[in-house]
Design a binder for this molecule. Structure first.
Ligand code: AQP
Length: 338
C-alpha cells in the first residue's frame, strides 16, 4: 500500500516538523473502505511524520443523536484504530471533543468562509437531497470544523479516502482566505491517498459506506465477514458459470489485489472460466478473515480493558494541548481578540 505524498509537502519552512492529521467518525465499526482507503496510510505515516489522529465525535453529532451509542462507538473506534496498527508510542490518538479549541477555531474560520462555498460541497448537496427534512446547521458547516481540526495543528498532510478530496480542497480555500486577510498563518493541507482511494461496497456500485449498509466489517467475527463477502455483487455480465469473467468489472477480483500477490493468476482463472464467482468470493473471504485475525485479537483484548483505551485517549488529548493552545494564541492575536 503506497502513500502518495504530494510534492508541495516539501515546501514547508525549514525546521518545521511535518505533521499529518486525520479524523475518523465514531459512527460505527471500521470497514474495509476505511482501512484500505485511509487507516493503512495512518499506520504508515506514523513512522515518517508527527502523526496526529482524532476520533471526531463533534462531527458524528451531525448524524448520531444517541449519547450512549456515541460514547460506545467512540471507544470502539479507538480500539479499532489501535488494533489496526496505530501505536500510541509513535502517534497521538485522541477524541475531538477533548480539545474544545477545535470548535473555537471553527467559529473563527467560519468568519472567512463564504456560505456559497459550503453549499456547493458534494456531501452537503447529497444530504440535502437524501434527507431534506433533516438538515442541521452542523451538516452545512462540517467542512469548516474539519479545516479547524487540521490547521489547529498546522498539519500539512492529511491521509484520507478520495471521498474527502472536495473537503480538503475547501480546507485549502479557507486557509488561503484566512492567510490573505490576517497574514501567513497556516500551511495549505494536502490529501494523501492510498492505492485504494475509493473502495466500492458489497453492492458493487457505491462507495463502501456505513450509511449505505454495503460494508465488510474488518474486525467482525469470521462468519460475519464470510456472510458480507458472500453477499457481494460480482461481474453483472457473467451470467453462466462457463461465461468468461471480466476482473476489471468485478469488485471481488479488484479486492483480491490487496490480499495476495497472485491476483493476476486468479484473474486469469476468471477470464478463462476455470474459476467461478463463488470460488473467488470464498477465497477472498478466507483471505480477509486471515489477514485481520491478529487485529481482531488485539481489538477484543483492548475492548476487554476499556480503561487502557481511555488512558491512551486522555494522554493523546494532553499531548496535543500545547500545540492547540499555541495556534489559538497566534490566531486570537492576529484577529484582534484580546
Ligand atoms: N469506501 C471508501 N473507500 C476509501 N476510503 C474510504 N473512507 C471511508 N469510506 C471509504 C475513508 O475513511 C476515513 C474515515 O472516514 P469517515 O469518518 O468519513 O468514514 P466513515 O464515516 O466510516 O465513512 P462512511 O462509512 O462513508 O460513513 P457514513 O456512511 O456515515 O458517511 C476517511 O478518510 C474516508 O475518506
Amino acid at each position: 500500500m503506497t502513500a502518495t505524498v504530494p510534492d508541495s509537502a516539501a515546501k514547508l519552512p525549514e525546521g518545521v516538523a511535518l505533521r499529518t492529521f486525520s479524523g475518523i467518525q465514531p459512527s460505527g465499526v471500521a470497514h474495509l473502505g476505511n482501512d484500505l482507503g485511509a487507516i493503512r496510510n495512518y499506520v504508515r505515516l506514523q513512522d515518517e511524520y508527527e502523526a496526529i489522529y482524532c476520533i471526531v465525535d463533534y462531527h458524528a453529532l451531525t448524524s448520531t443523536h444517541d449519547p450512549q451509542l456515541l460514547r460506545t462507538n467512540t471507544r470502539d473506534m479507538a480500539a479499532s484504530l489501535l488494533a489496526l496498527g496505530l501505536d500510541p508510542e509513535r502517534c497521538t490518538l485522541f477524541v475531538q471533543s477533548h480539545r474544545p479549541e477545535h470548535t473555537e477555531l471553527a467559529w473563527l474560520l467560519a468568519t472567512v468562509t463564504p456560505v456559497s462555498w459550503l453549499e456547493r460541497t458534494p456531501t452537503y448537496k447529497e444530504k440535502r437531497e437524501s434527507q431534506p427534512d433533516d438538515i442541521n446547521h452542523g451538516l452545512l458547516t462540517y467542512p469548516v470544523l474539519q479545516a479547524a481540526d487540521i490547521v489547529i495543528y498546522k498539519a500539512s498532510l492529511v491521509p484520507v479516502g478520495k471521498d474527502q478530496a472536495a473537503h480538503l480542497e475547501l480546507s485549502r480555500e479557507i486557509v488561503r482566505s484566512f492567510n490573505n486577510r490576517y497574514g501567513e498563518t497556516f500551511p495549505e493541507p494536502q490529501a494523501v491517498f492510498t492505492d485504494a482511494p475509493t473502495v466500492i461496497g458489497t453492492d458493487g456500485v457505491r462507495k463502501m459506506s456505513k450509511s449505505v449498509g454495503n460494508t465488510i466489517e474488518v474486525l467482525a467475527a469470521p462468519d460475519v465477514i464470510r456472510k458480507q463477502v458472500t453477499s457481494m455483487v460480482t461481474d453483472t455480465q457473467r451470467i453462466l458459470r462457463t461465461d468468461p469473467g471480466r476482473p476489471e468489472g468485478c469488485n471481488v477480483c479488484q479486492l483480491q489485489r490487496f490480499f495476495g500477490d497472485d491476483y493476476e493468476e486468479l484473474w486469469d482463472g476468471e477470464r478463462t472460466a476455470r474459476t467461478g464467482c463463488v470460488d473467488m468470493k470464498r477465497l477472498l473471504a478466507e483471505r480477509i478473515v486471515a489477514h485481520y485475525a491478529p487485529a481482531r485479537e488485539r481489538y477484543l483484548e483492548l475492548m476487554a480493558h476499556p480503561e487502557r483505551i481511555d488512558e491512551i485517549l486522555a494522554a493523546g488529548a494532553e499531548r496535543v494541548a500545547p500545540w492547540a493552545a499555541e495556534t489559538m494564541a497566534e490566531v486570537r492575536e492576529k484577529m484582534g481578540l484580546r
